[in-house]
Design a binder for this molecule. Structure first.
Ligand code: GLV
Ligand code: MN
Ligand code: MN
Ligand code: MN
Length: 421
């Protein structure tokens, strides 16, 4: 996957690699012809290939690569001459993720990783000598696309999910996270809070493609992050009577698919009741899922977001009420189960002020997208940089970043890393 050009570009004394060049090196990994874009679930061949690429690129730059007990990959630029158990304390850490949603864009995750590698090159080319250790971290299952809980790696690290619950999470094929992580070299019994790894992070800065239109409207390439909207995921299970599509009269049915249709409409109606509520049904799974079978059950996943956590809670309560009525109208049962909940996160203002001084005039934006930075922000001073996405579309193959903006992002990240470390 690494081209000769990339090797020579990042060799000692050579000019920095470009973000566009690094991204081109992984453009063929995890493409999804059926959906379009990329499908790179955690621990899939595509995601593992990207991890191998990251390791190779890091080692090429002389970084020391290690994978921790939660499957987070760390690439370290150590302070010259520093040694001993505390040599990596108070590190400046950047990074992002390499997994994707189904049929996602090229940049959500990998842009932050490629930009971090280029930022290291820029610092090297400037002759930067780190006085604090610097690391790139790559987090597993940021999207929660396979096991259902977003930011699973950073949640485990930060103690924001019970490891027993994490071990029991199942992918759509029924495999547990414990089994799949064991098959990829992790010890399931060691998953969980890692106070030593967390204590090494002095500050965390994640660069990410912007997932909305903020920078388009401002006509700027790079912004600082201010906050992440509170968000959560709920599974709505509707249960009815599985039966034959040809022999069961319409009036005799208890069809959870009909209740599901009413629930999807209700989710939209509830979202419109309060300003700025974002509520989505993006995944629906009928059981058993046959064309000539009336479903016995349907699972719908509902994603709800709002800057005020009380409004999110009220919207979810309303959705539960509407769903109960829709289910009852069809003679079905219903259960609404919270799968994850992340409160609204405001990034550390002191760190943001420091970044603003390093990137004078950079605009400040909030985001409705979740990030590992949001999880880490509860434990360590955290900041984000966003890079303009000229389509304003994300979690879609249409997500895009222009080459010049990508390089501007890496340069901004280099300035931040140099300024902090
Ligand atoms: C992840 O990108 C999310 O915001 O759901
Ligand atoms: Mn992301
Ligand atoms: Mn995403
Ligand atoms: Mn995300």
């Amino acid at each position: 996957m690494t081209t000769t050009a990339e090797h020579s570009a990042s060799a000692a004394g050579a000019p920095p690699a470009t973000v566009a060049g690094l991204m081109a090196g992984i453009a063929g990994t995890g493409t999804d012809p059926a959906r379009g874009g990329y499908t790179r679930p955690v621990f899939s061949t595509a995601e593992q290939d990207l991890r191998a690429w990251f390791t190779e690129q890091s080692e090429l730059r002389g970084l020391a690569v290690e994978t921790d007990a939660n499957g987070i990959v760390w690439a370290w630029w150590d302070v010259p001459g520093a040694s001993g158990p505390r040599a990596r304390d108070n590190a400046v850490v950047t990074g992002s993720h390499l997994d994707s949603v189904p049929g996602g864009g090229a940049f959500d995750g990998p842009l932050g990783v490629a930009s971090a590698l280029v930022a290291i090159d820029i610092l090297r080319a400037r002759g930067h000598a780190p006085v604090r250790p610097l690391a790139i971290a790559v987090f597993p299952e940021e999207e929660g696309s396979r096991f259902g809980v977003a930011c699973l790696g950073s949640r485990l690290l930060a103690g924001a999910i019970d490891p027993d619950r994490a071990r029991r999470l199942r992918d759509p094929d029924g495999n547990t996270f414990a089994d799949v992580s064991a098959a990829h070299g992790l010890d399931p019994n060691r998953l969980g809070p890692d106070t030593a790894a967390l204590a090494r992070i002095g500050q965390f800065v994640e660069l990410h493609v912007e997932q909305g239109r903020g920078l388009i409207d401002l006509n700027r390439p790079v912004a600082l992050g201010s906050s992440i909207l509170g968000h959560g995921r709920w599974r709505l299970r509707l249960t009815g009577q599985g039966n034959h599509a040809g022999t069961t009269l319409t009036e005799d049915r208890r069809d959870p698919m009909v209740a599901a249709a009413a629930c999807i409409s209700a989710v939209r109606a509830v979202a419109l009741r309060r300003r700025n509520v974002r509520a989505t049904v993006g995944r629906i799974v009928p059981v058993p899922g046959g064309t000539n079978v009336i479903a016995s059950a349907v699972d719908l996943w509902i994603d709800v977001r709002h800057p005020d956590d009380a409004v999110t809670a009220a919207a979810v309560a309303d959705i539960g009420h509407e769903a109960r009525m829709a289910a009852a109208g069809e003679g079905c049962g219903m259960e609404l189960i919270e799968e994850s909940l992340s409160p609204t996160t405001h990034f550390d203002t002191g760190l943001r002020d420091a970044l603003a001084a390093l990137l004078p005039g950079a605009p400040v934006l909030d985001t409705g997208a979740g990030h590992d930075a949001g999880v880490l922000a509860a434990r360590v001073p955290t900041a984000m940089l966003f890079v303009r996405n000229p389509t304003g579309v994300s979690h879609s193959p249409e997500e895009h970043v222009e080459d010049d903006d990508a390089e501007a992002g890496a340069l901004a990240l280099a300035d931040v890393l140099a300024g902090l470390g």
